[in-house]
Design a protein around this ligand. Structure first.
Ligand SMILES: *[C@@H]1O[C@H](CO)[C@@H](O)[C@H](O)[C@H]1NC(C)=O
Ligand SMILES: *[C@@H]1O[C@H](CO)[C@@H](O)[C@H](O)[C@H]1NC(C)=O
Ligand SMILES: *[C@@H]1O[C@H](CO)[C@@H](O)[C@H](O)[C@H]1NC(C)=O
Length: 975
């Protein structure tokens, strides 16, 4: 191990000077003044951190309800301000409308919005369906058959509760608090029970899945290029939704609260209340009654945000990417490296390297020439593998003084006038910020012509280089200067981004994971020396340039200050500014009403996503689009998956991917994964080994790395390679199971990655467990999450009623209820357990998902305490958007008989080879034979081999008996 690591380090140190230099100034700081616009001085605007900030609950009068009208499924009322306006952080609105809808038995919607809306101000308050899906009243829904009931009072001012009909328990309760509704500040408070359990509110990197009762979550999508993994802060996505679970008397009930508003906002979790604040929009709450956690989550998807998109089968293979794959030859070497190590690789991805000076829909003619690329892709596709390049939704603006700097993509968009506008006064020019290529503009995806533009660019590109999908980056609408900084300065293009890029002089990363100094002392010492000498050669530039201070001014009557709203969100970037590293809030869309980014900023991930999804459907007619999005919001799950940002190569970051993944289950985006082995910083053998193990159970399994660190592909270290081969075997055997979970998610809103508490909702001790998680209902993962450990610890939920089997040995686990069991976990091993009562169909792993799909089937029956089990399997061609041939298979085992019921027409040609029954008996009962019936007829099963091992019954040699699995109903009687 050490030898390999030293070699890497040396290679890195000598290779650093040969990195392709990006365009622009090579010196730091850049000669232009862009750096001074990078940072605004900390603002003194009041916000949650300011103890002297005006308290709207004390200062504001609240509202009184009148003109209440109830129908069989609605309640409406006028809400009128109950005193003089407080105008704490905006202009208070005196007349509001309350609209309550009983939308479905388990779904209640409460809206409060200004009574007087005209087309020109509507978008300030109402989130259009095109920006995020909404719910509506189901045909037969009536208030008197709802699980939920809406209750209100005017004493002392308008307040409301949502209660469970059958228990009278309030799941949401603003009693004792005021409704505050200003044009730039909304506040509402709900009472919480002591020590409450809430989960969700992504996206944030957090040290716990169960949210603390003293915690603030801010939403405003931003990207911090210096540290993309701030803890407990705003990140790339906005999902104002939480799941709450309440335990009583050995049972639990769960509900979901979703606040449909995508303005910048804050959720203040306090010991006895949750305070919800936004800087615009309206109140639009959805309540889902559950009562189980998975039911509540399904109700949210089926009723409002949509169920998850069905992914193509190949999405579940393993994906490799790195920023720093310099040319097609290097890509080929990586592919060959995986093949030589006998590790499955489904897709090779490209970060920015393939582009000409980072410009979208181009390629670098020197390093990624088209003819060589076409040969490369032909070879790749023939091997059943895929190519996934990066795509950014910003377009480079060429230098007007340089004819060879032309950018045809820009010209085509400009001809259609579809870029987001500067929006200052009467200025109708484009908003020009900074992204990777230099001064850039952003397509306005709200215009119809933009879809045609986006589709056309993608189609033309595909004709040159037949990519298989995209990963859509920086669509949290990041821009690395403040305001339209490129206006009037285009002759400087291509400008360098206003910070040093990884790999540029002075930007080699010498960080290693925790405990590297213990496992690799010599290398750690030389890395630390190299780091010190880099630091003295390249002193860190000061980042605190710019001194403008933004003073707090009371809101001006009739005026909205959208650049510095009176209430400052507690954003992670210095100064809490909405403008930092993002397209400015005053930039406008071309929709006739000039809606500003203040309203739309958090929707850009979704709107750029719809365009990308539709464009991919045009490029691949009838096929499921495969792409992932860095920025998401409610509704995105019906289009795409998501990765968790540029994670750090640290053990703590690896652990925090579990809470992050589970919060995306709450948000209805199950196709989630992270930068395995860490993006920023160097991985080491041990971290990368454990991380490759953990991510193998996340739906998106991708290893990604920055270019100023050592290589970290799974084959780089012998132990990592061996461990990865073993865990890949588990992942690939579980492909049909995982694919079926996605089908059930897509059809029924079921969850894929699950907290233990969701599968065992009545076990209160599980409420905080996030060092373990489950894949669907049946697979329990207990990963190793810290360095130097050769064991992991976890609980076995449901024991003794639930039986658990070791995935690898099929031995039954002996554990007491709540016992923290220590599991042996040498470096090559991750503990995986199968829940008794499950039946899982798997195929022998091939080198890609394609070859796997033609391999023989096995069926694993894991018996419960009554000697029974069941399971299901969904099959189709794995790619069609609307498959016509599908097959659904139900497995059930009882009284020593396995029944397999088959419906549908999809034809799978592989045989059924093995049946394994875990928990058959504690070892002494023999099985003398098996009677096989196919399609109701008895079949000769005399050649079948039966052995007993570790209490499991192994039936092999079935392939001659069942040459095509699942072409008929099957029945196996074990005698
Ligand atoms: C590809 O990039 C590698 C690494 O920079 C370099 O060694 C190699 O010569 C390049 N090959 C081609 C064909 O450009
Ligand atoms: C790359 O080469 C092609 C074909 O010669 C040409 O059309 C294209 O403009 C070149 N791209 C760049 C960015 O120079
Ligand atoms: C003009 O633009 C091209 C492409 O970006 C660049 O290679 C060239 O150096 C530029 N010429 C000048 C004089 O800046």
């Amino acid at each position: 191990m050490r030898v390999i690591l030293v070699a890497h380090l040396v290679a890195l140190v000598t290779a650093q000077t040969t990195l392709d230099q990006p365009p622009g100034p090579k010196t730091w700081p850049p000669t232009s003044t862009l750096a001074s616009t990078l940072n605004l001085a900390p603002s003194v605007l009041p916000n949650v951190l300011d103890p002297k900030a005006p308290d709207a609950q004390k200062l504001c009068p609240g509202y009184k309800a009148a003109n209440v009208v109830s129908t069989e499924n609605t309640i409406t009322a006028d809400l009128t301000l109950a005193g003089s306006a407080c105008n704490t952080y905006g202009n208070e609105i005196s007349e509001l409308t309350l609209e309550v809808q009983y939308q479905d038995t388990a779904q209640l919607n409460v809206k409060i919005y200004p009574k007087f809306l005209v087309p020109s101000n509507r978008s300030l308050y109402i989130l259009d369906d095109s920006l995020s899906p909404s719910g509506s009243i189901a045909v037969d829904c009536k208030a008197n058959n709802s699980d939920l009931v809406f209750e209100w009072s005017n004493d002392p001012s308008f307040q409301f509760r949502v209660k469970r009909t059958n228990t009278d328990e309030a799941i949401f309760d603003t009693y004792g608090h005021k409704i505050v509704f200003e044009d730039q500040f909304l506040e509402l408070v709900t009472n919480m029970e002591p020590d409450y359990n809430i989960y969700g509110l992504p996206e944030a990197i957090r040290g716990a899945f169960r949210l603390p009762n003293q915690y603030t979550q801010t939403f405003w999508n931003q990207y911090n290029e210096m540290n993309d993994q701030p803890i407990d802060a705003n990140m790339h996505s906005t999902h104002p939704v939480y799941l709450e679970t309440r335990y009583a008397n050995g049972c639990s009930k769960s509900h979901v609260v979703y606040a449909r508003n995508l303005h910048g906002q804050e959720w203040l979790l306090r010991p006895d209340r949750v305070i919800y604040r936004t800087i615009g929009g309206s109140f639009d709450f959805y309540f889902f009654s559950g009562p189980s956690p998975t039911e509540a989550l399904a109700q949210q998807q089926l009723g409002v945000i949509g169920t998850p998109v069905m992914q193509p089968y190949w999405a579940f293979g393993f994906h490799q990417v790195r920023w720093g794959y310099q040319n097609w030859t290097v890509l080929q070497e990586i592919i060959d490296g995986y093949a030589a190590a006998n590790i499955q690789l489904e897709a090779i991805w490209n970060d920015l390297d393939y582009l000409f000076q980072y410009r979208i829909f181009t390629h670098n003619n020197n390093t990624y020439p088209v003819p060589e690329g076409q040969e490369f892709l032909e070879r790749l596709h023939a091997n059943g593998q895929y190519w996934m390049p990066i795509l950014d939704p910003n377009v480079y603006v060429p230098n007007p003084n340089n004819a060879t700097d032309a950018n045809p993509t820009y010209d085509r968009g400009k001809a259609l006038d579809l870029y987001i506008k500067h929006g200052q006064g009467d200025d109708t020019s484009d908003y020009i910020g900074i992204q990777w290529p230099g001064f850039s503009v952003w397509p306005d995806f709200l215009q119809n012509t933009t879809q045609d533009f986006w589709t056309n660019e993608m189609k033309m590109y595909h004709e040159q280089l037949p990519f298989d999908g995209w990963w859509l980056d920086v669509n949290d609408q990041s821009s690395w200067c403040t305001g339209s900084c490129g206006t009037g300065r285009l002759e400087e293009n291509p400008v360098h981004v206003p910070f040093k890029l990884p790999g540029e002089p002075g930007e080699i990363n010498y960080d290693y994971p925790e405990a590297f100094d213990q496992t690799n002392a010599t290398e750690a010492a030389s890395a630390s020396a190299a780091s010190a000498s880099q630091a003295s050669a390249y002193p860190t530039p000061s980042t605190t340039v710019g001194t403008a201070t933004v003073g707090f001014t009371s809101p001006t009557p009739g005026v909205r200050n959208i650049t510095f709203p009176p209430y400052a969100l507690n954003l992670t970037l210095a100064g809490h500014s909405l403008l930092k590293q993002a397209v400015a809030p005053y930039a406008t869309h071309n929709d006739g009403f000039h809606i500003t980014e203040y309203e739309l900023h958090n929707t850009y991930g979704y709107t750029s996503g719809i365009a990308t999804y539709k464009a991919l459907l045009s490029v691949f007619p009838g096929k499921r689009p495969f792409w992932i999005s860095r920025s998401t919001s409610p509704g995105s799950g019906a289009l795409t998956g998501h990765w968790g940002g540029d994670s750090n190569s640290r053990w703590g970051n690896m652990y925090m991917t579990i809470p992050q993944a589970l919060t995306f289950s709450v948000a209805g985006i199950p196709y989630f994964g992270v930068e395995t082995c860490g993006f920023n910083g160097n991985a080491d053998m041990e971290l990368c080994t454990r991380w490759m193990q953990l991510s193998a159970f996340f739906p998106l399994y991708r290893n990604h790395n920055s270019r100023n660190t050592i290589a970290q592909e799974a084959f780089r270290w012998a132990t990592t390679a061996e461990s990865t081969r073993r865990v890949m075997d588990v992942r690939f055997r579980l492909l049909p199971y995982q694919y079926t979970l996605f089908y059930n998610a897509h059809k029924k809103g079921e969850t894929v990655l699950r907290a233990l508490a969701w599968n065992f909702p009545d076990e209160e001790s599980l409420r905080g467990v996030d060092n373990q998680f489950m894949l669907g209902p049946s697979i329990l993962i207990t990963p190793v999450l810290a360095p130097l450990l050769r064991s992991s610890q976890g609980v076995f939920p449901g024991v003794p009623d639930t039986r658990w089997y070791d995935w690898y040995t099929l031995e039954e686990i002996k554990a007491a209820r709540g016992e923290n069991v220590t599991l042996n976990a040498p470096l090559e091993h991750i503990p995986v357990h199968v829940r008794g009562g499950s039946i899982i169909a798997s195929q022998l792993p091939g080198n890609t998902t394609k070859t796997t799909r033609s391999n023989p089937w096995s069926v694993l029956v894991a018996l419960d305490g009554a000697g029974e089990a069941k399971g299901d399997l969904y099959l189709d061609d794995g790619v069609s958007q609307e498959p016509t041939d599908i097959k659904q298979i139900e497995f059930s085992f009882a009284q020593s008989t396995l029944n397999i019921f088959v419906t549908g027409t999809y034809h799978d040609k592989s045989p059924l080879a093995n049946i394994t029954i875990a928990g058959w008996n504690s070892g002494d009962a023999q099985c003398r034979g098996v009677e096989v019936f196919a399609g109701g007829k008895s079949v000769d099963g005399s050649n079948v081999k039966i052995t007993n091992q570790s209490g499991a019954l192994q039936v092999t040699g079935l392939e001659c008996v069942v040459a095509e699995a699942f072409s008929n109903d099957l029945c196996f009687k074990f005698l």
